[in-house]
Design a protein around this ligand. Sequence first.
Ligand code: AQP
Length: 328
Amino acid sequence: MSTIFSGIQPSGTLTIGNYVGAIRQFVELQNSHNCFFCIVDEHAVTVPQERLKLRDNIRSLAAIYLASGIDPNKSTLFIQSEVPAHTQLGWMMQSISYMGELERMTQFKDKSEGKEAVSSALFTYPSLMAADILLYNTDLVPVGDDQKQHLELTRDLAQRFNNRFLDVFTVPEISIPKVGARIMSLQEPTKKMSKSDENAKASIFMLDDPKKIEKKIKSAVTDSEGIVKYDKENKPGVSNLLDIHAVFSGETIEELERKYEGKGYGDFKQGVADAIINVLKPIQDRYYEILDSALLDQILDQGAEKASLVANKTIQKAKKAMGLGRVK
Ligand code: AQP
């Protein structure tokens, strides 16, 4: 059975972009793969976080994973900072990463743009991400389109390590969903939807109630044409809403274009909102049942233990390959 690793940052409440690009795929994949799903809190602190808020976000993300259908009997769910092997291998990965390749990462450019103080960890984020993935002998990484560049670097680092030292790492493949690989901001549809976007109207959060979802979809930026047609170049707002509708209702873009032919954006937007609410409502109900339960802690404890067993073996191999420590 091949192995899957993927992580999500607890940097805010998840958006429907995170759901579509990541979690939704995970739920399917856990039936046919050995899966490790991680709450990557050490990545979240590469930008400033409020201590108590971060703690809440970590727990909330764990509950969202479970409420969305991640089954702890099939998948290993754990918190990155509870498995120290991540930062250990992260350092080894940094030592074989080049400044030039890290400087080319668009996420670093986007997140550092216009900021006075940028942490060095934000710069070396992709090296830690490579470590996260490589620790588990991962064959496949399901992510949204925005992570493609980081994944390509992970593959380069794995190959570089294997060639320079010993053949320790599996070189992972990337899996990007066919529809909804990049859900865009509702207010600026040429920019991706993000959980840390300062404009709350730009994102639909997985815990938004039905009224809020309807309101945000109604105020989503479209155009003055009044025609529901997929055209990313000229109609980015409508195309984004079509992508969202398709993913949440299971209809194809063509079916939706036919369904809303001759109808205005009002009906279309109501359809988009209904499709999202139908999927999110049961997830939200389960979320509130799980959030404060002792079971959640048990699952995370067991997850950290299971992940550590695999990760520590890889660390031993990687240390030996690099000549770190003593021969035992
Ligand atoms: N808009 C999106 N459309 C599709 N997939 C998306 N992902 C993120 N945004 C979209 C996918 O969600 C997973 C988790 O992402 P992350 O939390 O590790 O970091 P991110 O990609 O930087 O996500 P955000 O929401 O934009 O977080 P912040 O605001 O903290 O930077 C990944 O698989 C990602 O591809």
